[in-house]
Design a protein around this ligand. Structure first.
Ligand code: DG2
Length: 249
């Protein structure tokens, strides 16, 4: 007996397009991102996916990707749960800055540490910074300790994993067919756990936009296999492009 779950990073956002650190900034999809979200839905339709429930973040790039994919599947009616714990990792004071320009300024090695290391957080925001999420009504129920001023992947794991274990896993075990639409790093956090990727190896993992990632799980909800739907070479090239976003110009 195995279970299937789809993990989907949103389609290209406007700030992915402009190559800017985004984090909790609520930016829309680009035109290309809208197309990617539709294609993701088509890929799932071609493989006959049917879902009972969807999970996403509180950020419109993931929410809209989910909507567009479900529209292609003609399954827009299913319940959708939005939770901040699936948000992108908070990129602290880097939010808004161009990744390649930051590599010029701080050096590629430093930017790689901020982007991909397990436990080096980007510089934090101050609480009086307009980018601090504490004044945003969608986060009104978060405790001060939960409201980030920055996050490394380890911090993201610390909020994504309890959500996976306490909210999503019971649904899978009950036989519900789920799709999770989230972000590059909230999904890296999950994949790190699922595949038991070490703190050093996780540096090399990049997740492309808008390509459904299928996991098959055994009865203990441990992965048996995973693959990107569609052309594996295209997924590989897209992941490579993500890795290279913070090269100096
Ligand atoms: C990107 C990921 O998040 O950036 O916050 O800039 O998945 O929501 O587009 P997403 C961001 P990198 O960690 O790949 O630089």
């Amino acid at each position: 007996m195995t279970y299937k779950i789809i993990l989907l990073r949103h389609g290209e956002s406007q700030w992915n397009r402009e190559n800017r650190f985004t984090g909790w900034t609520d930016v829309p999809l680009s035109e290309k991102g809208i197309e990617e979200a539709r294609s993701a839905g088509q890929l799932m339709r071609e493989e006959g996916f049917v879902f009972d429930k969807a999970y996403t973040s509180c950020l419109k790039r993931a929410i809209k990707t989910l909507w567009l994919a479900l529209e292609e599947l003609d399954q827009m009616w299913i319940p959708v749960v939005k939770d901040w714990r699936l948000n992108e990792r908070h990129y602290g004071a880097l939010q808004g800055y161009n990744k390649a320009e930051m590599a010029e300024k701080a050096g590629e090695a430093q930017v790689k540490l901020w982007r991909r290391s397990y436990d080096v957080p980007p510089p934090p925001l101050t609480r009086d910074d307009p980018r601090y999420p504490g004044n945003d009504p969608r986060y009104v129920n978060l405790s001060p300790a939960e409201l980030p001023t920055t996050e490394c992947l380890k911090d993201t794991v610390a909020r994504v994993l309890p959500y996976w274990n306490e909210v999503i896993c019971p649904e899978i075990a009950a036989g519900r067919r789920l799709i999770v639409a989230a972000h590059g790093n909230s999904l890296r956090a999950l994949v790190k756990y699922l595949d038991g990727i070490g703190d050093e190896e996780i540096v090399g993992l990049n997740i492309p936009t808008g390509i459904p990632l299928l996991y098959e799980l055994d009865e203990n909800l441990r992965p048996v296999s995973h693959r990107y739907l569609g052309d594996p070479e295209a997924a590989k090239a897209a992941a490579e492009a993500v890795a290279n976003q913070a090269r100096r110009k």
